[in-house]
Design a protein around this ligand. Structure first.
Ligand code: F3S
Length: 445
């Protein structure tokens, strides 16, 4: 069959999509991007916040319309929206032929076979199941940079978050599976691994009795072909001295840490169910910067959490000003049905949430501008990702930039560079988020 696959939501979901694509390819199906030729359409959905749900529903509706017009015979809905709203999807969308939950994606081939035979399939397992699939997944991120998922689910139970209901409690992917996945990626030409999970820092605790991310990272560093390893979704209170040491000493690990902290006001952190305080956040960040002076720190924040006052907003502004994050994103709070925060009093009006978000982003923009300005004159390694033909320049990322969420470096180069190559570049200019530079050929491998 010719299969069109649409993946929505986060990078963890994207890894599930790539595994499903691998299984479909192994079964002899053909993956297509051509909507007119697709005989089966699979949509892997997201249900994190209101906007993500809207996008998922809109996509399913568009695909359903396509099904009624074209050659398509099956429409399958997988992922987080299917996990939460399977009954509604089946009741209200007769075009949908099958639904697959977040922990049953390894059944995708079977679901297609049974749906083709006329059954309207519901493939669901306990949200605490961990599918362990040994397949060479289809890399959808460009061939040289990939996400490596080391865990599933979360048991932090922050009061605003629906993820534990959609994805279960935290389960570490055992070391041998992570390493095999990484080796397969390296053998396919991947040079950058971006380590993901709902949270990466407690990896190992559930299966080995203690946190062992540092050991996993050391083993990943030994894989030939891997040049950069980047850590995303680290919980501040779970960062250990061993982890800091491995980032500091292993040359393949980028001096970069994504650490979503959500807020700084102790009152709001408590209401959010976070297990840290402003003082502890300042301490861990201080330690990271002392031990690894060139570390780039990224965080995400939530604006307008229920009960947030002007004083809390001022706290957050002073925190941002003090810490000077290298990268920072802000989301407005979205009440999610079934979470404790959605039932809290003092919900904040949308316009106030947006105003507070904009205020934080404007503050960060000034910090970011200063930070990128400080990079001018520096010599950095750049992973080249492509070329803008009209302008004749190349686009890449430094160790300070994670794919999709951070900035870029725009490079002048006299000789052709192949996407995926690492070059050494001198930074010659900067704006708020991005850099410009020129390739230094004498240092380029
Ligand atoms: Fe969305 Fe599910 Fe990821 S809700 S953000 S796709 S874990």
């Amino acid at each position: 069959m010719k299969i069109l696959f649409v993946s929505l939501g986060c990078d963890k979901n994207l890894v599930d999509s790539e595994v499903m694509l691998g299984l479909l390819r192994d079964r002899g199906h053909e993956i297509t991007n051509d909507e007119n030729q697709a005989e089966v359409i699979v949509v892997n959905t997201c249900s994190f916040i209101h906007d993500a749900r809207e996008e998922s529903i809109q996509t399913i509706l568009e695909m359903a319309a396509m099904k009624t017009e074209g050659v398509c015979r099956l429409l399958i809905v997988a992922g987080c929206l299917a996990e939460k709203y399977r009954a509604e999807i089946l009741d209200e969308l007769p075009e949908v032929d099958g639904v697959i939950g977040t922990t049953a994606y390894d059944a995708v081939c079977d679901v297609i076979d049974r749906s083709l035979a006329g059954e309207r399939v519901q493939a669901f397992e306990s949200v605490d199941r961990l599918p362990l699939v040994k397949t060479k997944r289809v890399i959808t991120t460009g061939g040289y940079s990939s996400y490596l998922k080391i865990g599933e689910g979360c048991d932090k139970h922050c009061t605003y978050c629906i993820i534990p209901k959609l994805r279960g409690n935290y389960r570490s992917v055992p070391m041998e599976y992570v390493l095999e996945d990484a080796r397969m990626l390296a053998a396919s030409g991947v040079t950058e691994l971006n380590i993901v999970a709902q949270e990466t820092t407690t990896w190992g605790k559930d299966i080995y009795g203690e946190k062992r991310l540092h050991e996993l990272l050391r083993a990943l560093c030994r894989i030939e072909g891997i040049r950069w390893i980047r850590l995303l979704y680290c919980y501040p209170e779970e960062i250990t001295d061993e982890l800091i040491e491995v980032i500091r000493t292993e040359p393949k690990i980028c001096h970069y840490l994504d650490m979503p902290i959500q807020h700084s006001s102790d009152r709001i952190l408590k209401r959010m169910g976070r297990r840290t305080s402003r003082k502890e956040l300042e301490e861990v960040i201080g330690k990271l910067r002392r031990e690894i002076p060139d570390i780039a720190l990224r965080t995400t924040l939530i604006s307008g959490f229920p009960g947030e006052t002007e004083a809390d907003q001022e706290d957050l502004k002073s925190f941002i000003q003090t810490i000077q994050f290298d990268r920072l994103g802000v989301f407005t709070y979205s009440p999610e049905e079934g979470t404790p925060a959605a039932a809290m009093e003092n919900q904040i009006p949308e316009d106030v949430k947006a105003e507070r978000r904009d205020e934080l982003m404007a503050l960060q923009q000034r910090i970011s501008e200063e930070k990128t300005g400080n990079m001018v004159g520096k010599v950095l390694k750049v992973l080249v990702e492509g070329r803008i033909p009209e302008e004749g320049i190349y686009v890449g990322r430094t160790y300070r930039d994670a794919p999709d969420v951070d900035g870029y470096v725009f490079l002048d180069a006299e000789e052709e560079i192949i996407s995926g190559d690492f070059v050494t570049a001198k930074i010659t200019g900067a704006d708020e988020y991005d850099l410009t530079g020129e390739v230094l050929y004498e240092f380029t491998e």
